[in-house]
Design a protein. Structure first.
Length: 304
């Protein structure tokens, strides 16, 4: 069995051109390197190096052995990297951020699959508002986070590394007895005479409503301001009005409402996974991202 360290010394003498240079690289004495090379030649049974005016050069056997050594060292480096990744996926922890609508719909599907694949990873999830998630990403409280944006307020890819997870369509919520409840799809232009239930004025879905209504040629009449999507659905169910919501917000649908597609007449939002550009990513984070994207591909039809 050839000694790998001696093979590495041989390769460095050949590539650097001298025993002295190889000795400096490995913090050996030149005599120590020479001794190791003599042992390697004894193992091989033939000379591997010869001295010439330009330095040490390989013999034919030396050329053959250094070519094999390059491949051996590459494979060893790959093996060490693979083992390090396995070690990282069999222990450690992962902290990520999310926002409530995904925390109550899509993310549990991801976590369930990830825990089955990597049961030893300790997973922590922080659910918060958009601005808080950005701050947690910036200060390292979370390694990565799910975020969202619309076409008029795109996140700057210079601030974070962004991966699109899926498109989250805007849906219409109507009561079970509403005239449109049995329609598969309607257009915003069909809703000009309706009264609307909306979130607080600063909420993004309010801007979605106003932009969509303006594009359809009307100004929406607001009947009720809801604190969350569950309250909005409850108010829709008793006939107080209709509402808009991202598809992910109505996965857990109120029994008294119907969810109707708006097609292209209302904008969708991008669901994104973000992490800092300068972050050294642990194997657990890379594995979680892979699982998350797999689950998104398997379930994206539910959010259109």
């Amino acid at each position: 069995m050839l000694n790998v360290k001696r093979l590495e010394l041989l390769l460095d003498v050949v590539e650097l051109g001298s025993i002295t240079a190889a000795a400096e690289k490995h913090i050996y004495s030149p005599s120590g390197v020479s001794q190791q090379l003599r042992r390697l030649e004894a193992e091989v049974g033939q000379p591997l190096l010869q001295r010439q005016a330009r330095g040490m050069v390989p013999t034919d056997a030396g050329h053959v052995l250094t070519a094999h050594t390059r491949r051996i060292l590459r494979q060893m480096a790959a093996a060490e990297a693979d083992l390090a990744e396995i070690a990282g996926l069999n222990r450690g922890s992962l902290t990520m951020g999310t926002f409530p609508t995904l925390g109550g719909s899509f993310l549990p599907l991801v976590i369930s699959r990830f825990k089955k694949q990597y049961p030893a990873i300790e997973l922590h999830v922080r659910s918060s508002r958009f601005d808080d998630l950005i701050e947690m990403l910036e200060n390292g409280q979370v390694g990565m986070s799910l975020l969202w944006d619309y076409e008029w307020n795109r996140l700057n890819p210079e601030n974070f590394a962004l991966t699109t997870v899926f498109e989250d369509a805007t849906a219409l919520i109507v009561g079970k007895d509403h005239r449109l409840a049995r329609r598969k799809q309607v257009d915003m232009g069909d809703l000009a005479k309706e009264e609307w239930i909306v979130r607080e004025e600063e909420h993004p879905v309010v801007e979605v409503l106003h932009r969509s209504a303006q594009a359809a040629g009307f100004s929406p009449r607001i009947a009720f301001h809801a604190n969350d999507y569950q309250e909005a659905q409850a108010m829709v169910s008793v006939g107080l009005g209709i509402a808009l919501a991202p598809r992910t917000a109505v996965v857990n649908k109120h029994p008294g409402v119907s969810i109707v597609s708006l097609g292209a007449s209302a904008p969708s939002r991008r669901i994104l996974l973000a992490h800092r550009h300068d972050r050294v990513r642990a194997p657990a984070e890379v594995a979680f991202q892979s699982t998350l994207l797999d689950v998104a591909r398997d379930n994206s039809a539910d959010f259109r």
